[in-house]
Write a protein of this length. Structure first.
Length: 306
């Protein structure tokens, strides 16, 4: 049975006392999606698993085994959780302890005994800031014309995918895509129509980035990429994409390929990353794209590492 999606902001409450956890959950549960953890290791598991949705952690300072300070240090050391806001919950009234926590990167402090009105205001303020920050981060990662990831975001995701595939041994697929004779298209139809063509190709590419880890990006004027970590089906996926662009039948009267808009694709599937570098993989895909163009365009040229 599929549960309904809860799109409320997500908060993680971490406290070794059950009464405190339950009290905070009851206090915040109507407005937010609340997760609970009773210790530091459990908090880290929740934070890593929910990093994409988690806006705020309410973290008890004094817990057995792993203190709140240690939990915060571990959160900041992990790129997945480094940006999550943390409010410390403490029974201490020591200014030095509060200063220490703020210097570690805590956003705020809540003192025990908990005052519901104060907690709600401080939580609301931090959630508002977290949502604003994430909205700005998303804008900074998106190509404004096509809505795909931009070059900056692609570079960051490519590096992460490379490290993960290197660590796990899974294959890494990378395709470079270029619209054939796009300068001639702009010259004949104008830049407004050219932008529409770019958007049409981008939407088609995005439709073929089907898995959560796939990334479709615009990395140049009329150049795109599809990154597929952990999947060797990129060859068929890109060929399906190329044929889908042809099927759109976007008129291109000045193309030497044919009467409609087409794309050329160069792609690689690497299985043994210790034998190649990220730059080398990009260069290989670029060389294959050049080969596709030199062989007449509107085709896919692929290389799969044995």
């Amino acid at each position: 049975m599929n549960l309904p999606h809860d799109d409320r902001p997500t908060i993680l409450v971490v406290d070794d006392e059950r009464l405190n956890r339950n009290a905070l959950a009851a206090m915040l549960g109507l407005e937010y999606r609340v997760l609970l953890a009773k210790d530091g290791p459990g908090a880290l598991v929740h934070a890593q698993r929910e990093a994409a949705q988690l806006q705020l952690i309410l973290l008890d300072v004094s817990m057995p085994g792993m203190s709140g300070y240690e939990v915060l240090g571990a959160l900041r050391a992990d790129e997945r959780t480094a940006g999550i806001a943390v409010i410390f919950i403490t029974g201490q009234s020591d200014d030095a302890a509060e200063e220490y926590g703020l210097n570690l990167g805590a956003a705020d402090y809540v003192s025990k005994p908990i005052r519901p009105a104060i907690v709600r205001v401080r939580v609301r303020n931090q959630i508002h800031l977290a949502l604003q920050r994430r909205a700005l981060e998303r804008l900074a990662q998106i190509d404004g014309l096509t809505g795909l990831a931009n070059r900056r975001h692609f570079d960051a995701q490519f590096e992460r995918a490379w490290r993960r595939c290197e660590r796990t041994g899974c294959p890494l697929g990378l395709a470079l895509v270029d619209i054939d004779h796009f300068k001639q298209y702009n010259d004949r139809y104008g830049h407004v129509q050219g932008d529409e063509a770019l958007r049409a190709v981008a939407q088609t590419l995005q439709a073929h980035a089907r898995r959560p880890d796939d990334l479709a990006a615009r990395i140049g004027g009329e150049e795109f990429t599809l990154l597929m970590p952990g999947d060797e089906s990129l060859v068929q996926r890109i060929e399906d994409f190329r044929q889908a662009v042809v099927a759109q039948a976007i008129a291109h009267a000045d193309s030497s390929v044919g009467p409609t808009l087409t794309v050329s694709c160069g792609l690689v599937v690497a299985r043994q990353l210790e034998h190649i570098t990220p730059t080398g993989l990009l260069q290989k895909a670029d060389a294959l794209l050049y080969t596709a163009k030199s062989q007449g365009r509107n085709r896919t040229v692929a290389w799969t590492q044995s």
